[in-house]
Design a protein around this ligand. Structure first.
Ligand code: HEM
Ligand code: HEM
Length: 171
């Protein structure tokens, strides 16, 4: 339970910023599939899988009361925020899983910071298919969404002056 109901709990805040950094890191370390087998982007896999790993405690903390009351309950802004955050969760789960699937289709062994993981799909010859394409596109779309999300947060903070940034700050 959050000690200050006006803010997200400390755990939620740490996971939020850590996940944002990991998504950015995964994007920076991403590469196309053609020569992946010779030189697998292991850091890309590890950073991306860490994003997936953090979703579980994040959801547990949500259920445990780590989320404050929305800024304007009942209004359209609250509905839009809920929808936007749900879309992020969809990306945070589907993006790493589709990447793992793509790597498996390409026959590239996946590991998480040195821990080998099994393939989750049959290896194919040639193009890895639509899920891999979806992964590549979604991997960039999430960055645009993060930019939009950050711009909305800044608008809340400086135009609506509702202290939104404080809700996601440790101090
Ligand atoms: C938040 C997490 C992730 C983001 C933002 C992300 C982003 C991206 C992007 C932008 C690309 C396209 C790169 C290019 O074409 O130059 C890509 C490709 C790829 N990623 Fe990820 N990725 C994530 C997680 C993962 C994970 C967890 C894995 C595997 C365990 C993975 C495996 C792959 C593979 C195999 C490709 C090449 C796909 C192909 O060429 O068809 N990704 N990723
Ligand atoms: C890939 C990057 C990001 C993702 C995936 C993301 C995701 C989320 C999600 C899902 C929430 C809802 C609370 C939760 O369940 O944790 C949230 C809230 C929030 N985010 Fe982000 N975020 C990202 C980057 C950023 C950035 C760059 C900013 C900078 C301004 C930011 C500012 C905030 C703020 C202020 C809230 C609280 C909103 C409220 O008052 O309810 N986020 N974010």
């Amino acid at each position: 339970m959050s000690s200050n109901p006006a803010r997200y709990s400390k755990g939620m805040i740490v996971i939020h910023w850590l996940s944002a950094l990991l998504v950015f890191g995964a994007w920076l370390t991403s590469t196309g599939g053609r020569h992946m087998a010779e030189n697998p982007p292991l850091l890309h896999f590890s950073l991306g899988l860490a994003v997936l790993l953090l979703v579980l405690p994040r959801l547990v903390l949500r259920v445990a009361g780590g989320v404050p009351e929305v800024v304007q309950p009942g209004g359209w802004l609250a509905v839009a925020a809920r929808f936007g955050h749900a879309v992020f969760y969809l990306f945070l789960i589907c993006l790493p899983l589709s990447g793992w699937y793509a790597a498996s289709r390409l026959g590239v062994p996946v590991s998480f910071f040195g821990i080998p993981l099994p393939a989750i799909a049959e290896r194919v010859q040639g193009a890895p298919g639509p899920v891999a394409e979806l992964h590549e596109n979604a991997g960039t779309i999430i960055l645009y969404l993060a930019g939009l999300h950050a711009a909305i947060a800044v608008w809340h903070q400086f135009k609506l002056r509702d202290g939104t940034l404080q809700r996601m700050s440790l101090r």
